[in-house]
Design a protein around this ligand. Structure first.
Ligand code: NAD
Length: 286
């Protein structure tokens, strides 16, 4: 197996590092500060332990996976990896700056993949001298559990890059689906309007959060309600994606719900902050 650098150790970065390490890859997990790295290492260990309890992993395999992950705050550690998966915060200025930096530091010929939910892969590629090697590798949350990887080809992404990334996704036990680079790709263009509409229902008093989620779970056979799913994704991430859809497609049907904006302003970001549409403090939860 090869060596991968995962940049950003939040909700998605820890899951991506986990899955690569479990499948024999050496992983450099990087973030801007030590705190998210410490939290990510603890989360990866807890999730591997859960797999042991379920009987899908042995203690030896857990230890081997953990020993393949190194963490750090110096982006220079991307050198020597054949693949970089960027999973930093969903912000254009952050990712634009990161991609020109990654282009400078990564091994020539290495693939630069982004886990972005909505930011243009073409625009990220244009920040580099290697747009043919820039691609979207959109893992789903929680990464160790979800099978889909949406592969997004930018305007200049080469066939070879797309083939290699799809092959890597299969090696990780995932199913790649290739889509074109339009705002929100397929997954979030379809998902986010539903989450946004659920937030409008809550804001307008159509029903409380529990009731909205129950209608969609029991009535539409969704495994999780849209508001609980928004809490899992992170309300700040949902808001960023809706803003990209609104701006990128120019249609007011993507206008972010004012209640969602207000909750993000208040720091109620969902599970990661302990409170979102539902309350996750003191063992409560949707
Ligand atoms: P998060 O807020 O949990 O974590 C982001 C991490 O990136 C933080 O630890 C932050 O410190 C770090 N970071 C910020 N700037 C950085 C930089 N310059 N260099 C290195 N690290 C940096 O966010 P997340 O939910 O893990 O989302 C990460 C990416 O994955 C986003 O692009 C998001 O759209 C995408 N995504 C999220 C989900 C989801 O359900 N949360 C699903 C699919 C894709």
């Amino acid at each position: 197996m090869g060596r991968v650098a995962v940049v950003g150790a939040g909700t998605m970065g820890n899951g991506i590092a986990h899955v690569f390490a479990q499948h024999g890859w050496d992983v450099a997990l990087l973030d801007v500060a030590p705190a998210p790295l410490v939290a990510a290492a603890a989360t990866i260990r807890a999730n591997l332990d859960r797999q042991i309890k379920k009987g899908t992993l042995t203690a030896e395999q857990r230890d081997a996976a953990l020993s393949r992950i190194s963490t750090g705050t110096d982006l220079k550690a991307v050198a020597g990896s054949e693949l970089v998966v960027e999973a930093a915060s969903e912000s254009e200025p952050v990712k634009f700056a990161l991609f020109s930096e990654l282009d400078r530091l990564a091994t020539p010929g290495a693939i630069l993949a982004s886990n972005t939910s909505s930011i243009s892969i073409t625009a990220l590629g244009a920040r580099t001298s290697r747009p043919e090697s820039v691609i979207g590798m959109h893992f789903m949350n929680p990464v160790p559990v979800m099978v889909l990887v949406e592969i997004i080809r930018g305007h200049a992404t080469s066939d070879e890059t797309a083939r290699r990334v799809a092959a890597i996704a299969r090696e990780l036990g995932k199913t790649p689906v290739e889509v074109s680079d339009y705002p929100g790709f397929v997954s979030n263009r379809v998902l986010m309007p539903m989450i946004n509409e659920a937030a409008f229902c809550l804001m307008e008093g159509v029903a409380p959060a529990e009731a909205i989620d129950t209608v969609m779970k029991l009535g539409m056979n969704h495994p999780i309600g849209p508001l609980a799913l928004a809490d899992l994704i992170g309300l700040d991430t949902c808001l960023s994606i809706l803003e990209v859809l609104h701006r990128g497609l120019g249609d007011d049907k993507y206008r972010p719900c004012p209640l969602l904006k207000r909750m993000v302003a208040a720091g109620q970001l969902g599970r990661k902050s302990g409170r979102g549409f539902h309350d996750y403090t003191a063992g409560k939860g949707a």
